[in-house]
Design a protein around this ligand. Sequence first.
Ligand SMILES: NC(=O)c1ccc[n+]([C@@H]2O[C@H](COP(=O)([O-])OP(=O)(O)OC[C@H]3O[C@@H](n4cnc5c(N)ncnc54)[C@H](OP(=O)(O)O)[C@@H]3O)[C@@H](O)[C@H]2O)c1
Length: 320
Amino acid sequence: MPRIVRPTAYGTPDVLAVTEVPVPRATGDGVVVEVRAAGVNPIDWKLYGGAFHVVDDDHKDAAGIAASMPAIGLECAGVVTEVGAEVTGVRVGDEVIVYPVTAAYADYVTAPATSLLAKPAGLGWAEAGSLMLTGTTAAHALHAAGVGDSDTVLVHGGSGGVGLMGVQLAAARGAKVIATAAESNHALLRELGATPVVYGPGLAGRVRVAAPQGVSAAVDFAGTDEALDVSLELVADRARIASITGSPRRAAAGIKELGYGPGQDAGTEVRKAARHELVRHAASGTLRILIDTTFSLAEAAKAHEAGLAGHAPGRLVLIP
Ligand SMILES: NC(=O)c1ccc[n+]([C@@H]2O[C@H](COP(=O)([O-])OP(=O)(O)OC[C@H]3O[C@@H](n4cnc5c(N)ncnc54)[C@H](OP(=O)(O)O)[C@@H]3O)[C@@H](O)[C@H]2O)c1
């Protein structure tokens, strides 16, 4: 029987459980994809960690899981196994990247055909299954901050999942990139085209030394007060500061808050379009997708613990 990983309750990673489910069927404009790799992202543990919205109800399914529990796993890649009657241009056997998608910590997912992109032949499964959520987020942030070839952009959290994408995409646009990270990650950031600086007290001064010409835009993938304060200090135009984490201070500062919370810009069309740019860059090698660790489906809780603890640069990926 196909397996799926789901949170059985709100809480810490130990609430994750593998359960067996029937093979899903494709209907209408939908397809079924056999998952080869599913990216792990902070949103996954935030969804059942209670960061957003906790619903507790008595409607339990056959596995004893409340119907209101959130589905986790928001990106994957795999092989098409069935297409709905209304689908054109997709065939059984196609190797695809699926984004957006839900419930991707599984052997099979269903998704509308519009969520599929052809997987470049030379791209590995782990890379293909873990490039979209971070990549589209980074692309949205660079778009919102208006980053182009005449800019010096400060990337907060340049060594993280979103940050590694942001650094490379900004460099590909011709921008000069200053990126914050722990010292142990600086060699990697230099390789990817950025000037690294350590975050922490004195950050603004270090950025001034790294960019004597000034910083024209900032993208915040770290979400700290420091990232906000330094961005406000160094970037003259608040419309050119974008953050992917919301906070009352960010809202009050009048910067661009990107995401799915109240008052945030979801950037649906920008992110949708960015998927094609990401596939092109990944296929040509302009964009490197670094993999830290792969885990089996049964090790999903272990993957989340690694994510929560902080890990080496690169993606955490489930391989069913
Ligand atoms: N709004 C959206 O659409 C959206 C989409 C995706 C993600 N997010 C959110 O964005 C955040 C980042 O996601 P991610 O996947 O990139 O996470 P991640 O891979 O865990 O990366 C975290 C980054 O933060 C850095 N960092 C850690 N402590 C720091 C500190 N005190 N000051 C400055 N930087 C620090 C890390 O640097 P070192 O490792 O070098 O220490 C690393 O670069 C998460 O909160 C996630 O939920 C939002």
